[in-house]
Design a protein around this ligand. Structure first.
Ligand SMILES: *[C@@H]1O[C@H](CO)[C@@H](O)[C@H](O)[C@H]1NC(C)=O
Ligand SMILES: *[C@@H]1O[C@H](CO)[C@@H](O)[C@H](O)[C@H]1NC(C)=O
Ligand SMILES: *[C@@H]1O[C@H](CO)[C@@H](O)[C@H](O)[C@H]1NC(C)=O
Ligand SMILES: *[C@@H]1O[C@H](CO)[C@@H](O)[C@H](O)[C@H]1NC(C)=O
Length: 413
């Protein structure tokens, strides 16, 4: 785990939120920020396609998930690097601008929990950044405790947590720091309670589980990890995933208080490791990319649609059983952003070889995202859903006025 002493921060960087635990936790992103900010300071705005002449309900008038990235320097970023432990790089917009104070009010006496893999952690970090610039430094704290990291805002009695569970169910990759992506992972597809008990009382649950599923097969264990007579079988990815999602669904169905908890699932985040797919030479990746992909509907071969199809099927089934899980479809908008990954500005967990150091593109991270950046848009979408239930039966609120004005703003750009 990173420690504060490893973070070299020039004095000129005015860092307001230097909560040591936050730095300990996110030192990686922090260091990255300094580089990334100096590297490139363009701001991109995600301009949603607005569907006119459709029905009168807020979100349905505006397709949150499709649109294009446009360059914008005036309105963004939503938080500045000196107001946050993280850096400024790219930005975007949902149909409605993120309002930190409104969000904090909404989260008063509530608990928002992001559950899943490192992309969820990316999104959690973004949410913390989006909110923390509006809070006095003494009124918040970050507490990592095993797989659960809690960002507590005392003034609002609100907490925004991240829970590390890359497969949702139990696995040998459950250690929040010491986990490796290898073929040796073992999954207990029927066991989720050890994780889930940490989010039983959440008011808003945001799940994501995608990158760790990108393997042809998994070792699946029946029985406990400790059992001396444990046996496991090799099972195809899709079947393993189906079993895990079944366990997850059953847990939700039994444990979630439907009148209290709102549930979201974030769709797969794009990966840009194969440069030849957007016209680079074979062997190149997102390293050195500075512009988004402009081809409408672009998607690379590294997104495995089977994974999301299984998630959608599980969500549909839950819906038929009376439990609503809202999908946050962030895939397409993320696919365009080959330029927004952390590339070499992220601490690598493995020791780097000489060859890797000599040739930085080989160790570029084309999975995770710079912050501010793409995950902010995911949170703006989440924000839009939290404020306006995506259903014709939802009440029209005074929010619609705000929406109208922000909407016309989008059009005049
Ligand atoms: C996600 O959005 C894209 C368009 O941006 C669309 O093509 C796709 O069908 C959507 N998927 C789901 C599950 O809604
Ligand atoms: C603080 O928030 C928690 C939920 O995170 C809630 O259970 C508790 O009742 C709240 N405390 C007060 C004093 O409202
Ligand atoms: C479910 O949540 C509602 C609203 O917070 C609360 O009034 C109710 O007591 C809860 N039900 C159970 C079984 O906890
Ligand atoms: C990355 O871009 C820089 C400056 O544009 C250039 O000097 C360098 O050779 C590029 N590296 C690779 C691996 O393309």
């Amino acid at each position: 785990m990173a420690s504060t002493s490893q973070v070299v921060v020039p004095k000129t960087w005015n860092i307001r939120c230097s909560i040591s635990s936050l730095i300990v936790l996110l030192a990686v992103v922090f260091v990255l920020g300094i580089f990334a900010t100096t590297k490139e300071s363009r701001r991109w705005l995600f301009d949603q396609k607005t569907q006119r002449n459709t029905d009168k309900y807020l979100l349905s008038r505006c397709n949150l998930f499709s649109g294009k990235w446009i360059y914008d320097e005036k309105n963004y970023p939503l938080y500045k690097e000196q107001h946050c432990s993280f850096m400024s790089l790219f930005n975007g917009v949902a149909c409605e601008r993120f309002n930190a104070i409104a969000m904090l009010e909404r989260l008063r006496n509530k608990r928002l929990v992001f559950v899943g893999d490192s992309l969820t952690r990316n999104q959690w970090t973004s949410m913390v950044c989006l909110l923390e610039s509006s809070i006095a430094p003494t009124l918040k704290s970050v507490t990592p405790k095993g797989s659960l990291t809690t960002f507590k805002i005392n003034e609002y009695n609100a907490s925004i947590d991240h829970y590390w569970a890359p497969y949702l169910v139990e696995s040998t990759s459950d250690h929040p720091v010491h986990h490796h992506f290898s073929s040796e992972q073992i999954l207990r597809v029927q066991a989720i309670e050890k994780h889930a008990r940490h989010w039983t009382d959440a008011d808003i649950l945001v799940f994501d589980s995608y990158v760790w599923w990108r393997r042809p097969k998994f070792k699946v264990l029946w029985g406990s990890f400790e059992s001396p007579s444990k046996t496991y079988k090799e099972v195809e990815m899709v079947h393993t995933l189906e079993m895990a999602l079944k366990t997850w669904s059953n847990w939700l169905e039994i444990n979630v208080n439907r009148s209290k908890t709102k549930i979201y699932f974030v769709s797969m985040s794009a990966i840009h490791g194969r440069g030849e797919e957007w016209g680079k030479n074979k062997g190149e990746n997102c390293y050195n990319e500075t512009e988004p992909i402009l081809k409408e509907g672009y998607h690379g071969s590294e997104s495995d649609p089977r994974i999301m199809q299984k998630v959608e099927a599980a969500i549909d089934k839950l819906k038929r059983r009376g439990l609503k899980v809202q999908m946050l479809n962030i895939t397409q908008l993320s696919e365009y952003r080959k330029d927004a990954h952390t590339t070499i500005y992220r601490r690598q967990w493995e020791h780097l070889t000489k060859e890797e150091l000599a040739n930085p593109k080989t160790r570029a991270d084309c999975i995770h995202w710079c912050i501010p950046g793409v995950p902010d848009i995911w949170n703006e979408l989440l924000y839009a859903y939290i404020f306006h239930t995506y259903s014709p039966s939802s009440k029209q609120s005074q929010k619609s006025k705000i929406y109208e004005s922000s909407n016309s703003e989008v059009h005049t750009r």
